[in-house]
Ligand binder design. Structure first.
Ligand SMILES: O=C(O)c1ccc[n+]([C@@H]2O[C@H](COP(=O)([O-])O)[C@@H](O)[C@H]2O)c1
Ligand SMILES: Cc1cc2nc[nH]c2cc1C
Length: 345
């Protein structure tokens, strides 16, 4: 039994939605995935039609990863801290894409390997530590840090829900985090490193081989600890992975839909689903990343991404791109006419 009280989506609303969708002025089932999303949203909101999706919140979890010392990224780790300032100045990729759909973006320093004294205190309020251990040689986190980070993620989701969020999007910023995501997915699902490791920000074949070696060493070091989610986060994850997992679980506790993004949020989702299995009922997958471990994560969660645009930016950017599609799904069930009104008797 999970210790989290997660509400069940409304099965009667889902059924009523399906009935309405079947009666709309179109051939049965012809709006495909949009119909599925409309029914999902009706169940989440407990009403047909579901409410408009107005208050979309992206939270970018920023943190560093000790694996960068093994040259697993195409970019230096200093980019992580620099990008925090870019999010705050409003010119990152996700800032721009979020403005297109009227979504808010908040960045939180969970584990950046720098003292960001110049950024607002609210950004640093949930900081767990500077960086994380290099998982091939040592634990990512110290004792109690995975729980503290998980609770921080829950508190962040609570604050967003308290101020009226009706859709949560987890974003990520962390050089080296595709290596950690691959290790987390491989550890949780029992997969070989070779199958899950991708090219991240764009490493060459040698860079990818270094990533595989790091993940192999990390999995060997973690051993059977991968069977317990908080142990897995401690051994193979990071403060950001744990905080993102807490954010995803708390969205579900609050009954607020969550749109997962790329590889990092999906890796965190696999662990979050181990911690609170019913939480996944409140999650949709925004887009398909180019990272192989995201595909394994989505498969294990039974989620089919809404978009497949070849995005590999992270930050919540792919999920933000899927927001108009979710709104379109709501619009069809709210606004389309009925076939019965035009059909001959
Ligand atoms: O979301 C994805 O699927 C994704 C795929 C590749 C790279 N990223 C972003 O790039 C960074 C991690 O890439 P890397 O190569 O440093 O491991 C991190 O900041 C992620 O947000 C994100
Ligand atoms: C510039 C830059 C921006 C990013 N946003 C997410 N990951 C990133 C990695 C880099 C290198």
């Amino acid at each position: 039994m999970s210790e989290f009280a997660i509400p069940a989506p409304d099965a009667a609303a889902r059924e009523a939605a399906q009935e309405r969708l079947d009666g709309l002025v179109k051939p049965l089932g012809s709006l495909g995935r949009l119909e599925e999303l409309a029914a999902w949203l009706s169940a989440a909101h407990g009403e047909v039609p579901p409410r408009p999706i107005e208050n979309v919140r992206v939270v970018v979890f920023a943190g560093d990863h000790g694996v960068t010392t093994s040259r697993v990224s195409a970019y230096p780790s200093e980019i992580t801290a620099a990008m925090v300032r870019v999010f705050l100045s409003g010119v990152s990729g996700v800032n721009v894409l979020a403005r297109q759909v009227g979504a808010d973006v908040r960045v939180v320093d969970i584990g950046v390997d720098a003292d960001l004294d110049d950024v607002p205190e609210s950004v640093r309020a949930h900081k767990i530590r500077r960086g994380s251990g290099s998982i091939d040689t040592t634990d990512a986190l110290g004792s109690g840090e995975a729980t503290r980070a998980f609770d921080a993620g829950r508190a962040i989701a609570d604050a967003e829900c308290d101020s009226g969020a009706d859709l949560l999007i987890p974003g990520d910023m962390g050089i080296g985090n595709t290596t950690v995501a691959a290790a987390v997915v491989a550890g949780a699902l029992g997969l070989p490193a070779e199958d899950v490791v991708g090219t991240g920000t764009g490493v060459d074949d040698e860079g990818r081989a270094r990533k595989v070696a790091v993940v192999e060493a990390a999995l060997a070091r973690a051993g059977a600890r991968t069977t317990q989610p908080f142990e897995l986060l401690t051994a193979l994850g990071s403060a950001c992975a744990a905080a993102t997992a807490g954010f995803l679980v708390q969205g579900a506790v609050r009954g607020v839909p969550v749109l997962l993004d790329g590889v990092f949020s999906c890796a965190a989702a696999v662990v979050a689903a181990d911690i609170a299995p019913d939480a996944a009922r409140w999650w949709l997958a925004g887009h398909r990343s180019t990272e192989p471990s995201q595909a394994y994560a989505l498969k294990s969660l039974g989620l089919e991404p809404i978009l497949d645009f070849g995005l590999r930016l992270g930050e919540g950017s792919g999920a933000v791109q899927a927001v108009p599609t979710l709104r379109a799904a709501r619009a069809i069930i709210a606004e389309m006419g009925l076939l019965a009104d035009i059909a001959p008797d």
